[in-house]
Design a protein around this ligand. Structure first.
Ligand code: BDR
Ligand code: CA
Length: 315
C-alpha cells in the first residue's frame, strides 16, 4: 500500500491524476496539498476542494504556496490557454462548496503527516516544488522520514515546454526544484522525456468516461479544451503529464530509468533547466559532486500507461 500526499496545482491533468490516486486500490490518499502554477493558489485550492466534494474524497486539502521561494523571481502568467481561466478548463466550478480547506498550511501538513508515519509516506508532487522545499527548510528531518518522492517535472534530454530549456513545474520555482533534487531523499522524476509520449485522444477520453462512470465523466468534461490545446500543438491527444507520475509509483516497471545527480539552473537564459550528471560519468569538480543520486525516467510504455489509467478508473 502506498500512503500518498498529493501536492498539486489543479490543473486539468492534475484532476485526472487525483482521480487515479483516489481510485487505485493500492493507494491510501492521506492529503492533497495545493500550490500556485496552473492558476493562482486560491483557484487551485478551490479546484482541489471542488474535486474532493465531487468525488467524495476523505483526504484533507491544505492550501500551499502562492509564489516561488525567491520573491523577485520572474512572475508567472497563468497558462489560461492550456488550463482555462479557472485552471479547470473553464468547466463551471461553483463558488460555494460544502467542504473547506484544512487550517494548516500545505508544508505544515506535509511535515505533520511524514513525522506521524516515519518511513511510510510518499510525496507525489506535480506542480511547483515550493511546498516540498518549504517543508524541507522547516523540518530537514523529513528527508530521512519519507518513503520516497515522485515528481512530474523536468526535461532531461529533451527541450522544455515553457522555454526551450525548462519544463513549467521546474521553471516556476527553480530554487525549490534544486532543493528537492539535492535533498537526501529518493526522487523519481517523471519529466517531459516520457510524459509527452503518453497522449490520450478523444476516443480514449470517451472510453475512460464510459468505463469510469460519473467520476471519470467529470474528467472528460473538464479536459475538452486541454485536448484541443495539445491537438493544435501537434500531439495525438492530451498529454497526461501528472498521471504518469502516479503510475511511476504504482507501476514503475512501465518506465525505464537512469540514475543521476540533478542540478537545476536557477538564473540566466537556462533558468529551470534540469541538468543530470549520470552515474559513472567523470567530469571535473562541480556542484553535482556529492549530491543524492536520483531516478530519472527516460523511457515509457505509453500504451500500457493509458491502459492502466482506464483500468484503474473503471474500478
Ligand atoms: C506540468 O505543468 C502543468 O501544466 C501540468 O499540470 C504539469 O504538471 C507539465 O509541464
Ligand atoms: Ca500539475
Amino acid at each position: 500500500m502506498h500512503n500518498v500526499i498529493f501536492d498539486t496545482d489543479p490543473g486539468v491533468d492534475d484532476a485526472l491524476a487525483l482521480l487515479y490516486l483516489h481510485k487505485h486500490p493500492q493507494v491510501n490518499l492521506l492529503a492533497v496539498t495545493t500550490v500556485f502554477g496552473n492558476a493562482a493558489v486560491e483557484s487551485t485550492t478551490h479546484n482541489a476542494l471542488f474535486l474532493k466534494q465531487a468525488w467524495g474524497l476523505d483526504a484533507p486539502v491544505a492550501r500551499g504556496a502562492a509564489g516561488p521561494l525567491q520573491p523577485d523571481a520572474q512572475p508567472e502568467a497563468w497558462p489560461v490557454h492550456i488550463h482555462g481561466d479557472n485552471g479547470l478548463g473553464n468547466h463551471p466550478v461553483p463558488a460555494q462548496l460544502d467542504v473547506a480547506a484544512d487550517p494548516r498550511s500545505a508544508h505544515q501538513l506535509i511535515i505533520d503527516l511524514v513525522r506521524a508515519q516515519p518511513g511510510q509516506v510518499t510525496l507525489v508532487a506535480v506542480g511547483r516544488m515550493t511546498n516540498l522545499a518549504l517543508a524541507l527548510r522547516e523540518a530537514p528531518d523529513i528527508a530521512s522520514l519519507v518513503r520516497g518522492v515522485v515528481i512530474m517535472g523536468g526535461a532531461f534530454h529533451v527541450n522544455g515546454n515553457i522555454t526551450p530549456a525548462a519544463e513549467a513545474n521546474i521553471w516556476g520555482d527553480a530554487e525549490a526544484a534544486d532543493i528537492v533534487f539535492t535533498a537526501s531523499w529518493p526522487v523519481i522524476a517523471i519529466g517531459l522525456d516520457v510524459t509527452t509520449q503518453v497522449e490520450m485522444d478523444r476516443h480514449g477520453l470517451d472510453a475512460l468516461a464510459h468505463a469510469g462512470g460519473a467520476d471519470a465523466d467529470l474528467v472528460r468534461a473538464l479536459s475538452q479544451d486541454y485536448v484541443d490545446f495539445y491537438l493544435q500543438a501537434g500531439h495525438k491527444g492530451m498529454v497526461v503529464h501528472d498521471c504518469c507520475a502516479c503510475i511511476a509509483l504504482t507501476r514503475p516497471e512501465l518506465f525505464e530509468f537512469e540514475h543521476a545527480s540533478v542540478r537545476v539552473a536557477t538564473d540566466g537564459v537556462a533558468r529551470g533547466m534540469t541538468i543530470p550528471k549520470p552515474a559513472g560519468m567523470a567530469f571535473g569538480p562541480s556542484v553535482w559532486d556529492g549530491q543524492a543520486m536520483q531516478s530519472i525516467a527516460i523511457g515509457v510504455d505509453a500504451s500500457a500507461v493509458l491502459a492502466d489509467i482506464e483500468k484503474t478508473l473503471s474500478l
